[in-house]
Write a protein that binds this ligand. Structure first.
Ligand SMILES: [Zn+2]
Length: 98
């Protein structure tokens, strides 16, 4: 019998980091996207950075509140960081499982 493990192509991670927009430490949702690098979203202002560059801001009214709420939900759902699970996920994404 074989077991098929479905893994999401994204690995969310909780972090407390300094937000360049808020100019203070904030809860930040870090999402490892495997081949596509990492994105970081501030749970307070909703700004996102990818590969060190701030992502384009939406011109939609109320986007900050929406983006911050979405990041907060992801931050809560990410739970406690498990480095072993992250490593296993990453290796699976890269296709070099042993
Ligand atoms: Zn911020």
């Amino acid at each position: 019998m074989s077991i098929i493990i479905c893994q999401a192509p994204r690995f969310p991670i909780r972090r407390i980091l300094r937000c360049a927009t808020c100019k203070t430490r904030r809860r930040m949702l870090v999402v490892d996207n495997g081949w596509y690098g990492t994105s970081i979203t501030c749970c307070h202002c909703g700004d996102t950075w990818q590969d060190g560059e701030r992502a384009l801001r939406s011109n939609k009214r109320g986007w900050r509140k929406e983006a911050a709420a979405k990041a907060t939900t992801g931050w809560i759902e990410a739970g406690t960081y498990d480095p072993a699970a992250h490593q296993a996920w990453f290796e699976h994404q890269m296709g070099y499982e042993t």
